[in-house]
Design a binder for this molecule. Structure first.
Ligand code: FPP
Length: 284
């Protein structure tokens, strides 16, 4: 595994830019004048947040005449490979979709298999992740999960809470809409208790109630298997993410695929609805 500790650059280690501090201040002042939207962060070369919809386990297995469960098991191996290579490719945060609020609709046996895989994954990998400085968080609803799975999730989060070399977030029993509803309910309850005022609600305050808080939104969302949709993943957080769809089943995923996705991402220009600073200056 690549050494994860100390992989991050200092803030401000962004892609080479010719913008002077004075010009940057001008751009930010302009933004604050016209918008209440928080200025999106611009990740450094080693500070990327990548999120992945690990799709295609079932089709991978079917193509080989194997049960779907084996596709999921191979999916765990692909996840391990991806985590191992991520820091070297400049990723500091990785969020993966392990089980959606809609996946309960699958046959009971497959649901059990996916629960079992989460157990097995933490059982086999948690110590290693912990020693490598990885902070683990599980996103999503805690309701409906077996008590031992809950215990495992809480232990994984507690044992790795002081780590900061790399952040691994596993969305499990997660749905983007459910997360938004839960955040709205939490804020409404705070208002009802007198701890918050409805008139103070803005995007930043709302965002603070999502289960993804305080981790910044993903810069890049990847979906494997050739399907091109988000399937209820990070619906709020995806607002300015770059989307990349790769034609590979998840169990076949490896560092070369992640590298290709990141190279594609780095070739794009993120404008967040505005202009790049050079163009603002040219226009003013
Ligand atoms: C989508 O493939 C994948 C899932 C629903 C589960 C993803 C889970 C893993 C990769 C296992 C690792 C998980 C954890 C939590 C350690 P699909 O079954 O929908 O594939 P298909 O579209 O080809 O049927």
């Amino acid at each position: 595994m690549a050494p994860l500790s100390g992989m991050n650059d200092a803030p401000g280690d962004h892609a080479a830019s010719t913008i002077t501090p004075e010009a940057a201040r001008h751009v930010l002042a302009h933004h604050e004048l016209v918008s209440s939207t928080p200025v999106p962060r611009d990740p450094g070369r080693r500070d990327l947040h990548v999120a992945i919809v690990m799709d295609g386990n079932g089709r991978w297995a079917k193509a080989r005449g194997m049960p779907r469960a084996l596709g999921h098991r191979e999916g765990v191996a692909a996840l391990r490979r991806t985590i191992e290579s991520a820091a070297d490719l400049g990723v500091h945060r990785l969020t993966v979709f392990g089980f959606s609020t809609e996946n309960w609709r699958r046959p009971k046996r497959e649901v059990m298999e996916l629960m079992g895989l989460l157990r097995a994954y933490f059982h086999s990998d948690l110590k290693r992740l912990e020693h490598r400085g990885v902070r683990v968080r599980i996103l999503g609803r805690r309701t409906g999960l077996e008590p031992d799975v809950l215990e495992m999730i809480e232990a994984a989060e507690t044992q790795t809470a002081a780590n900061d070399s790399f952040h691994l977030q596993v969305a499990f029993n997660y749905g983007g809409r459910a997360d938004i509803v839960d955040a709205a309910r939490a804020f409404a309850e705070a208002v009802a208790r007198g701890d918050a005022k409805a008139c103070d609600l803005n995007e930043a305050l709302f965002e603070a109630h999502l289960s993804t808080a305080p981790i910044p939104a993903p810069d890049l969302i990847i979906r494997t298997s050739g399907e091109q949709r988000l399937s209820n993943f990070l619906l709020w957080e995806c607002a300015y993410a770059e989307l990349i769809f790769q034609d590979v089943y998840w169990p076949d995923y490896g560092p070369e695929h992640l590298r290709a996705a990141i190279e594609d991402y780095r070739s794009r220009q993120r404008r967040y609805g505005g202009l790049v600073p050079e163009d603002i200056l040219a226009a003013s």
